[in-house]
Design a protein around this ligand. Sequence first.
Ligand code: SAM
Length: 220
Amino acid sequence: MVSEEELLRRWEKTVEKLVREKVIRSEAVKNAFLKYPRFLFVERRYWDYAHVDEPLPIPAGQTISAPHMVAIMLELAELKPEMKVLEIGTGSGWNAALIAEIVKTDVYTVERIPELVEFSRKNLERAGVKNVHVIPGDGTKGFPPKATYDRIIVTAGAPKIPEPLLKQLKPGGKLIIPIGGYHLWQDLYVVTKAKDGRIRKKRWGSVAFVPLIGEHCWRE
Ligand code: SAM
């Protein structure tokens, strides 16, 4: 078994590479990546691979995204301290931990699979993250009790934008969401709600996510 020092050294190299390639562009994202190495959010048998820039399995047949994908979405979100953020698709809890490190305030993240609610809560606790609230349930409905949000980040692929998420976005807010097919590729969009409520969609590029399954989306 590789030592924790070695795992950290490998992780720092991954972060340096993402900075060199200009995938990580801000100090905020870089510092969050350095604070929460990905190995803290995968099962021990995957620790050896956690620095590799590829998705990895997590329980219940789901995935933790590749580091470059997570960095791209965080940079597109242009997070600032004190922003209220909702994440849909907690998975391992890693992305939520990174968001929480940047905004420094409470982050809400919704997960539909109970096993992953438990997995992510354990990971977040072990990593010492205190400002992430893992909400069990269907994230296609958003999380009305804390709406509206400055940012909503969806980490699973949808056929279209779930209407409740648009409603729960603040004027001036941004929604980051992969839209497209169930199994194969989606397009990553940055959806902006203008102050007058008008919606604008900007395509970033092709991505591949597990499906977003729920009432306002794909059905099981
Ligand atoms: N953000 C995660 C992380 O940092 O590990 C990775 C997310 S994984 C690619 C997608 C997650 O979305 C899975 O855990 C899946 O169970 C969850 N998911 C799919 N549909 C959902 C829904 N309607 N509501 C909440 N979570 C959902």
